[in-house]
Write a protein that binds this ligand. Structure first.
Ligand code: ADP
Ligand code: MG
Length: 465
């Protein structure tokens, strides 16, 4: 029923051990108390009889008869006496006995009960499986000899044995209950654990939708729930990784198709030189696109595998903000957009590697310019409550609330951006989010709606958690 090394087996062993030791102690205590009571009952009855008989004997014996002569036993012994007896004089010589093996005149040794009777009004002992009681003749007067009653203790021992047996037998149902309880406990503990084991193994074999049925609210139930939660997170992660790979493959295939078509066309010697130039330009653009796609994928892969270096070598981050904005001001002017900056002079150093700060800002500014047809771009930086905030605001396309929920998802691009075929990979904001998270910061996007402009706010703690 219990295989080796199972919780159930251990519970059964522990329970049985506890119950057995408990019962054994109980058995020893109550068993010896019962034995004492039975023996006391026998000895007490004997003592009463011995005292009565010895006082009768003393009364008859002191009648002025010859010293050693005793009255007939019938005169002082009760008629239906159950015990053997003998009477000794003060020198412990037998003067009367019911025992044929004990001759009159024999000198007896002072046994335990006689010695006790010499000191007190009555003596008793249990030896050689017999009860002995000795009473001084004449009920207390010393120097007159002793009457000794004795009887085999067999019946008392038999009775005790029976009581012992009853006690032992009464522990059997308790042991049965222990086995049942152990089975029940091991079921409620071991069964869900086995279910957990099976589900884990199923998941290891690729069944990522395997879940555990949770029935209880105790530790085991909570373990099951945590396991299911872990499984949920794992499958979500796996799903997103698979989607990511298939998206990446898809994004790489499109430019490759263009490559193939254009190269075929360029191979035609009759190709119009003007068209040839266009195709070459297109090829060049596709190569750039692929290069940027691949480098974005590499950055994300490095961050995902925690291989992105976080070396924060000291540098002047305020100067870096000025450098970046100087560059993007020129780009904005080229796109005929206004450009405003607000960088306070007392901004504390931002604890983010220079490369990473560049990457974050480049992505936000390039988006702002790409997705703004007219109006202006504004950049503001400030610090408060141990945090530095960097904010890029534009008056551009904006996006809808639903789109806003996916804007940081890898490869996501809003419908109108796709429709207008604006160049891009859909990985820029995902990279921004991953980098900012590396520094325990966060990035939030806001837009009042399509055509309403948008705002990206990066918050970075000055001290890492
Ligand atoms: N400043 C912005 N204004 C409007 N939409 C934006 C802005 N920045 C990003 N988006 C939307 O989010 C999408 C994802 O941005 P991003 O991850 O940088 O990818 P990409 O710029 O390569 O398309 C963009 O395609 C665009 O639809
Ligand atoms: Mg972008």
């Amino acid at each position: 029923m219990f295989k080796r090394n199972t919780i159930g087996r251990r519970i059964l062993l522990i329970f049985t051990f506890i119950v057995l030791t408990g019962s054994l102690l109980q058995l020893l205590i109550s068993g010896s108390q019962i034995q004492d009571a039975i023996f006391e009952f026998h000895l007490h009855a004997m003592e009463t009889e011995a005292l009565i008989a010895s006082s009768q004997l003393g009364a008859r014996g002191g009648d002025g008869d010859e010293e050693d002569r005793l009255p007939q036993p019938t005169a002082w012994l009760p008629a239906n006496l159950r015990y053997e007896y003998y009477v000794v004089d003060p020198l412990l010589r037998v003067i009367a006995t019911s025992d044929d093996d004990l001759a009159v005149g024999t000198q007896v040794t002072p046994t335990e009960e006689i010695r006790e009777a010499q000191r007190e009004a009555i003596g008793r002992s249990i030896r050689d499986r017999h009860f002995y009681v000795a009473a001084p003749i004449g009920g207390g007067e010393r120097g007159t000899g002793f009457l000794v009653f004795y009887e085999p203790a067999d019946s008392a021992y038999a009775e005790t044995g029976q009581r012992w047996l009853q006690l032992i037998l009464s522990t059997v149902p308790v042991l049965g209950l222990v086995v049942i309880a152990s089975l029940w406990i091991s079921r409620t503990i071991a069964r869900p654990i086995r279910a957990l084991e099976n589900t884990a193994l199923q998941m290891a074999d690729g069944a990522f939708d395997a879940r555990i049925d949770v029935h209880s609210d105790d530790e085991i139930g909570r373990l099951g729930r945590s396991f299911n939660y872990m499984a949920e997170q794992l499958s979500a992660l796996l799903r997103s990784q698979r989607e990511f790979i298939s998206n990446a493959a898809h994004e790489l295939r499109t430019p490759l198709m263009t490559f193939k078509l254009r190269i075929e066309a360029l191979g035609n010697p009759d190709q119009d030189p003007a068209e040839r130039a266009t195709y070459l330009r297109e090829l060049n653009e596709q190569v750039d696109h692929m290069a940027s796609l691949v480098s974005s994928l590499l950055i994300l892969a490095r961050i995902d595998e925690s291989r992105h270096p976080l070396n924060v070598e000291p540098y002047d981050s305020t100067a870096l903000l000025h450098d970046v904005t100087r560059h993007w001001r020129i780009e904005a002017q080229r796109a005929k957009l206004g450009f405003e900056t607000d960088i306070p002079a007392n901004l504390p150093d931002i604890p983010v590697a220079a490369n990473d700060l560049w990457m974050v800002l480049d992505n936000l500014f390039s988006n702002a310019i790409k997705y703004t047809l007219e109006g202006k771009i504004a950049f503001a930086a400030w610090h408060s409550g141990g945090q530095v905030v960097l904010q890029v605001t534009d008056t551009g396309r904006g996006y809808s609330t639903e789109e806003g929920q996916q804007i940081f998802t890898r490869f996501f691009r809003t419908a109108d951006v796709r429709a207008d075929e604006i160049s891009g990979t859909g990985l820029g904001l995902a990279i921004v989010q991953s980098i900012v998270a590396l520094y325990d910061g966060r990035v939030e996007a806001h837009s009042a709606g399509i055509g309403q402009g948008s705002q990206f706010t990066v918050t970075l703690p000055l001290k890492r958690a």
